[in-house]
Design a protein around this ligand. Structure first.
Ligand code: AQP
Length: 340
């Protein structure tokens, strides 16, 4: 991590917009746990305000929020060490979000590729919230003056936008108030691709359940999804360069590397020459051995929803204690009268 004049503080979040996937786990949650255990202050959110930028059934949203909390805990986040909460319980996110909407330029928003990907040809029918999502994300980060943001590759552009928004706020008001946070993106799992199409990101909201491994999938389901994963007829080569035009094969090697904690280069030398009929069972065994204990723990935690709600409430109180004074100072800088 590079030096910053601001106290190092980690913030990140995940949308409770479906079942947590292996992509979210390798790209984000695993890094969250490493950063928690590195001794820096860590704040991790279930970003439910972001989730509703596309339609969420209210009952599903509540369940997914609690399941995401259970996943955080089952993967090793500790509510004594990290602040864990759902975004809507801390109003400072939405309040600072509005101020930042007024700092953010439309031209910047028009460059956001995730909106284009999600909206596709239906941009006119999308919510205003989906368009404004990145400036709310900037508020999530800046409400804590967070300096380091562990995310998957797909969120890099949004963290870069946050830097631009922070810089413009500081410049417009002639202050050095917000840090310009740094995305933390590394390792083999920063861009896990769909099991059905190696050129598309693995995503919670992909209509095909076969495209992803969900953290709550049982062993048979994981093995079946890997068996059915799209591949090509060639055996695995002995170097990564030869995978350049084989996105599905490259993805499975990356997943193996991400789960096992090895580099893709190490993995390819171990499995060189194998057909997918040999490699897929190896990958399935590895994935099941690693993910099954997490899924079991998630199921156990979901058996006591009131304890999850207690952890989220406590985390929200601690988060609000940090965010509210920062919001108040931002309001003062902007020139709002505060008299209550
Ligand atoms: N396929 C992925 N590979 C690596 N990292 C990923 N992340 C998401 N998908 C992958 C990372 O997970 C974190 C949480 O993402 P999010 O839920 O806030 O939003 P998202 O990036 O839009 O994730 P999804 O799964 O695709 O959700 P939906 O389908 O609801 O849009 C982020 O750090 C992200 O980089």
């Amino acid at each position: 991590m590079t030096d910053t004049p601001f106290t190092p503080r980690v913030f990140s979040g995940i949308q409770p917009s479906g079942n947590l996937t292996l992509g979210n786990y390798l790209g984000a949650v695993r890094r969250f746990v490493e950063m928690q255990n590195s001794g820096i202050e860590t704040i991790y959110c279930m970003v439910d305000l972001h989730a509703i930028t596309v339609w969420q059934d209210p009952t599903d949203l509540r369940r997914h929020t609690r399941e995401l909390a259970a996943a955080y805990l089952a993967c090793g986040l500790d509510p004594q060490k990290s602040i864990l909460f759902n975004q809507s319980q801390v109003p400072a996110h939405a309040q600072l979000g509005w101020v930042l909407n007024c700092v953010t330029r439309l031209g910047w928003m028009n460059r956001m590729t995730q909106f284009k990907d999600k909206a596709g040809k239906n941009a006119e029918k999308m919510s205003l919230g989906l368009y404004a999502y990145p400036s709310l994300m900037a508020a999530d980060i800046l409400a804590y003056k967070a300096t380091h943001i562990p995310v998957g590759e797909d969120q890099k552009q949004h963290v870069e936008l946050t830097r631009d928004i922070a810089a413009k706020f500081n410049h417009d008001f002639k202050v050095d108030f917000f840090p310009e946070p740094e995305p933390i993106i590394d390792g083999a799992g920063t861009r896990v691709m769909s099991l059905r199409d190696g050129t598309k990101k693995m995503s919670k909201s992909d209509p095909s359940d076969l495209s992803r491994i969900n953290m709550m999938d049982d062993a048979d389901t994981i093995a079946k999804k890997i068996r059915k994963a799209k591949t090509d007829p060639e055996p695995l080569p002995d170097n990564l360069d030869d995978l350049a035009d084989r996105p599905e094969a490259r993805n499975l090697i990356n997943i193996y590397a991400g789960i096992s904690g090895q580099t893709p280069a190490d993995v390819i030398t171990q499995v060189a020459g194998q057909q997918f009929g040999q490699f897929k069972p190896l990958l399935a065994d590895l994935a099941v051995a690693h993910l099954s204990p997490i899924a079991d723990e998630m199921r156990r935690l979901m058996g006591d929803v009131s304890e999850i709600d207690r952890i989220l409430g406590d985390g929200a109180n601690r988060a609000a204690e940090i965010a509210e004074p920062i919001l108040a100072e931002a309001y003062d800088i902007v020139g709002f009268v505060r008299s209550r």
